[in-house]
Design a protein around this ligand. Structure first.
Ligand code: UD1
Length: 368
């Protein structure tokens, strides 16, 4: 059996690493399973892509579609055309897509339309309900043509059932991002700037911002940064800047001496910082899951989340997109009143193994 694994953007690389390792394991044990790694090229900078492959021991992609940057439609179109060409020349038996990025949706559509190739969606069923986010559209479209849903939570299962998906297609397996987190935790790397910035455990904040709603408007981004500098009591705020955000920061400049703007960090350095921080402030989805498992307070600058368990069970709180909420959230953090949280069901580091065994069952593969 030939399985295509699709990866396009930074969070995908973290999710596919354990799936590849689990397939290699099965294959070594004599199960007839091979994979082809397809990088769409949505993220292409070394810091957004290559470094992740190196640190997470992901083998070099078999194909790179080199889609690169562009508008949503341009990227979607380029990825669909490139992947369709590959499938027409050499079809696969199953296409695994992960997460909610443009590459996820584009490849699911291309696979389904070429001879009805089966599609498995890892992280299926999650919903923010916010159609202004391109990721929500990607999730809905992908799930509307997915054959096998590998889910991270009971809420996701319920979303799928409500949409009419049969229980026989839903596999609650846990979270592959957390597999990688547990696997890599012993190897986290203290960043080289730790001493230069005089950082101390639990005495700094980690911040990431890249959602179009927060960073594409000059005034909004300025106000968010202003409020964070004001609210953070002079603690260093380490800010690894995403390329999308960097373009806007160049326009507005940056204020506040405790705001430490740096290039995007590698996986091992970033998670070292998160693990030892006082708190995280972010508009990412994946980081709220990592903060939950690491037990680090997390303030999310969004009005909705597709990962509600990070709030109901974990350490995350949605503080909304209005910058006036930033001050009170930091005040709660500094008063020691932030919730402690626990770890959601099946986020145990063994998810990829469960996914791959399920696939072997579905396709009737047995050890030789
Ligand atoms: C994408 C995903 C988002 C994910 C994020 C993680 C979609 C719709 N969004 O958003 O879900 O959380 O990745 O990073 O798929 N750029 C570079 N170098 C790169 C990649 C991008 O400079 O290696 C620039 C692009 O030119 C573009 C901007 O960054 O201007 C945004 O990149 P894009 O992939 O379109 O979306 P992200 O904002 O990264």
């Amino acid at each position: 059996m030939l399985i295509d694994i699709i990866a396009g953007a930074r969070p995908n690389f973290i999710k596919i690493a354990p799936i590849i390792a689990a397939i290699e394991e099965q294959s070594k044990e004599g199960v007839d399973m091979q994979y082809r790694l397809v990088h769409t090229g949505q993220h292409y900078d070394k810091k957004m892509s290559g470094d992740f492959f190196e640190q997470l021991n992901i083998p070099a992609p078999h194909y790179n579609l080199e889609a690169g940057s562009g508008t949503q439609a341009e990227q979607t179109g380029k990825i669909m055309i490139g992947y369709e060409q590959l499938l027409l020349a050499q079809p696969c038996d199953l296409c695994i897509v992960v997460g909610d990025v443009t590459s996820t949706m584009a490849c699911a559509i291309a696979a389904k339309k070429v001879n009805n190739i089966k599609v498995a969606h890892v992280e299926g069923g999650i919903r923010s309900g916010d159609l202004t986010m391109p990721e929500e559209i990607n999730r809905i479209v992908t799930d509307s043509i997915t054959d096998y849903f590998f889910t991270t939570s009971e809420v996701a299962n319920e979303n799928l059932r409500k949409a009419g998906v049969g229980n026989d297609k839903i596999f609650f397996v846990g979270n592959t991002m957390i597999d990688t987190l547990y696997q890599q935790m012993p190897h986290f790397i203290k960043p080289a700037f730790w001493d230069n910035y005089n950082l101390k455990d639990r005495q700094y904040i980690v911040m990431t911002l890249h959602r179009p709603n927060n960073v594409d408007n000059k005034e909004i981004l300025k106000e968010i940064l202003h409020e964070i500098v004001k609210a953070s009591n002079g603690l260093p705020v380490i800010f690894p800047v995403h390329p999308r955000t960097s373009k806007m920061l160049d326009v507005i400049g940056i204020e506040g001496s405790n705001l430490l703007k740096i290039d995007p960090l590698s996986y091992l350095e970033f998670n070292y910082l998160v693990k030892n921080s006082k708190a995280v402030i972010t508009d990412s989805g994946g980081i709220t899951e990592e903060a939950t498992v690491l037990g680090v307070p997390c303030m999310t600058l969004r009005d909705s989340t597709e990962r509600p368990e990070t709030c109901t069970i974990g350490t995350n709180e949605l503080i909304g997109t209005d910058p006036v909420n930033i001050g009170p959230a930091f005040a709660k953090l500094f008063s020691g009143a932030w919730k402690k949280g626990s770890i959601p069901e099946l986020w145990d580091g063994k998810t990829a193994g469960r996914i791959v065994s399920r696939i072997a069952d579905i396709f009737g593969l047995h050890k030789l």
